[in-house]
Each structure stands twice: as C-alpha cells, then as structure tokens.
Design a protein around this ligand. Sequence first.
Ligand SMILES: *[C@@H]1O[C@H](CO)[C@@H](O)[C@H](O)[C@H]1NC(C)=O
Ligand SMILES: *[C@@H]1O[C@H](CO)[C@@H](O)[C@H](O)[C@H]1NC(C)=O
Length: 440
Amino acid sequence: MNLKQQQQKQQEVLPMVAAGMAAACPVRTKLLLCSALGLALGVLATMSLIGSSSSYTTTLHGLFLPPADAAAAMNAVQDRQQQPPPAVQEEQGPPPAEQAMIRWPQSSPPPVSTAASIIGSAAAPPPPPSAGVGGFIDVDDDEALMAMAAAAPREVVLPPGASSPKLAFLFLTRWDLPMAPLWDKFFAGHLGRYTVYVHTDPAFNGSEPPPASAFHRRRIPSKEVIWGHISMVEAERRLLAHALLDDHANARFVLLSESHVPLFDFPTVHSYLINSNQLFLESYDQPGGTGRGRYSRRMSPVITMAQWRKGSQWFDLDRALAADVVSDGVYFPVFRRHCKRSCYADEHYLPTFLNIRRPPGAADNRTLTWVDWSRGGPHPARFTRLEVTVDFLRWLRSGAGSTCMYNGRNTHVCFLFARKFLPNSLTRFLRFAPKVMGFG
Ligand SMILES: *[C@@H]1O[C@H](CO)[C@@H](O)[C@H](O)[C@H]1NC(C)=O
Ligand SMILES: *[C@@H]1O[C@H](CO)[C@@H](O)[C@H](O)[C@H]1NC(C)=O
C-alpha cells in the first residue's frame, strides 16, 4: 500500500468509525460506556491501518499462487488424495474413544453462566463491549458492528512469523453442533491455520465445549434467526463481521451449518481455498417463480430485475468481498425492506450483490457444499446413519458424478463439504474418516 492509498484509506476509515460510534451510542446509553467504545474503536482503526500497510506486500507475493501455478496447485490437491492418510498430530482433543462419545452441546445441564446469560438475551442488560462469548466484541446494534468491521483491513494481514493465511469457518446453526467431534478431528494439528465462529440461537443453553475443542468459546453474540427470513442474512453478516475483526489473517470465509461435514482433510481444504484464483458463490439468473418471481418491483431502481440473481446460501468469500458485504449500506437495506415472506433472502442477497459489485466471472458459479435436491421440495434430502457408507463418501469426494473447473482446469474435486446429515450419522463419519478422508 503506497502513501496515497494509505491516506485515502485513513480518510475512509475515520468517518466510518464515527458513524459506527454514532450508531452504537443511542441517547439512552450511558456516556461512559460510549467513551470507552469510542476509544476502543479509535485504537482498532489505528491498529488496522498500521497492520494493513506493513504486511501488504507479504500477501501479494508468495502466498497466493498466480494462475500459471494453478496446475501445480491442483496437482498438489490430487496428489494428496492418492497418498496414504498423513499421521495426524494429536495436539488437541481427548483420545479417540472419549471424543467419539462427546455430545457436549446437549449433555449435562449447563452451568447457568455459559450460554444465554453471556450472549446477552433481550431480557438481560447487554454486557460491556468486548465481553461477549469468546471475548468477541458485543455490540447489540448490528449497524455499529458492521461499521466497525468495515474499518478492518480489506487485505489479508499476517502477523510476523506466520506462514499461512487462515480459513474462517462460519457455523450458522439453529441450536447445537452435533458434528463437532468430527470437525474437531478435522481441525486437530492445524492450529494457527483456521478460525471458528458459531452463531446459534440466543436461547441456546448447551454446555460450553471443552477447552481442547476448536469450538471452545467461539460463539459470537447472536440473535434469533428464522428460516428463509432476512434474519438469516443478518446472521451471516454478523459472522462475517466478527471474522473480519477478530483475525486479520482470515483470508477465506466459508459458511457452514450444523449438518455439514468435511469431505477432505484440512490440508486439502486449506490448499484448495487459499490457492484458488476465484471465490465460490453461485449467482445465476433463473426465470420462473423460484427465481425472478421472488424479485419485488419496489427494489427498483436500486436493484433491477436484470440484476436479480439466485444461488445457494453456502458461500466461500474472499476477504475483499466479505469486507464489501459488511460495508453494504445500499443493497442490504433494500433487501430488508422488500425481500419478505416467500422471497428467501439467503438465496438472493449475496448472489445479487456479487452480480452488481463484481465483474462477470469474479466468482466460480458453484458452491463447495453438496446437497441432494433430487427428491424435490423446499428442503434438500436428509441423510441418516445407514446411508453413510464408504462408497457414498468416495462418490461425494469425486464430484458426485460431475466435474467442475478449478483455476481453469477440469477436476472431480468439486465439493469440499456436504450436508444434510442427521446427528446419528456421526459415529459412521468418525469411523470412516481415517480411511476415506485422511483424518481422525
Ligand atoms: C434448554 O432449552 C430447552 C429449549 O428451550 C429446554 O427444553 C431445556 O429444558 C433447557 N435445558 C436447560 C438445562 O436449561
Ligand atoms: C450457474 O449455476 C447454476 C446452478 O448450477 C446453473 O443453473 C446456471 O446455469 C449457471 N450459470 C452460469 C452463467 O454458468
């Protein structure tokens, strides 16, 4: 970043901080609290400016492979699959037998202090900023949170000595995370290359995951989410905002649900995402009732019918697009006002935003999450324990019968994740993971 850009950035950041403060400090809030928040915001903005200028060059050179190296990157992905599963260093987590049995979210009655009371429900007064679950900034006003996140660096900033950008795994869940033990196996041994954020129902009262778990104290301050409602997109933006603020090394942002499972080991997923020269987000024009039919003329002229797009909710964004999403004060308010009832904002907001804000081809028009829509209806098929077999997993890992493009080349590695798997399939996944997926 040169001096001019730096100054420009400074000019952009400061009004946003001010806006964030104004929004965060309604008249009823105590003056003292607001001053503290203002100070914190100021420090945050300054730190992000210093940080973004110092390691910008590191990011550009050496970390992301130029397209010419795409073939090599893809080979690396393919090679790794053919190798025998690497020995996973058990840096974290209890021994296998114990971990397989952990169902921490629903187990014993939780101590009163863990969930709802810390998140700050509507009834309890909100805790002071930066005292949320897992130490996340707890600002009740979403717009204030978005303004703070908009001031975070748009580029990946690696701390001194760090060798690799991080993947941010954003779990949008209704309640608990039954697949957590499988994910813990997936993350084991890769500390420092990933971050985890969980948005759950604010009434969630399950016990806190054990300290060895990747999910320990990773719950962000959450609000109620209604399926297909704009509140779902609000939760996605909250996850993105916290991930942008929390760790400037977060380079890719993947949205997942409680019924998601990984199909490959962590090094494969990390390499696939970090070395990709595109992001993965479906965005397409679909005539008919479930596509253009959900557009409302009231969105015009800000969003026109020609700009309206549809796509799977399950995204993979890069840092720049994530930053644009939290900074969006133009399109999101129009969605909130006019995308109601059978509009399904989660299937349209990001696809439409991408279409408006990025040139064609900026994203690979596909999702990395496999789901089975073949049985029809508004929900994809759900899989039970007995349907999870070695053959089925191998089929999912080889593109589920199709091919796709990765950095300009054809590949069968199209899906890194799959859903929707019922909690009772966990033991099968834990059993097959070492043999089929190379971890656990
Ligand atoms: C947790 O919440 C559920 C649903 O609201 C309720 O049925 C259950 O009794 C609660 N459990 C505890 C231990 O508070
Ligand atoms: C994008 O993907 C969707 C869903 O797979 C497909 O229906 C559509 O034709 C694709 N559009 C383009 C422009 O590739």
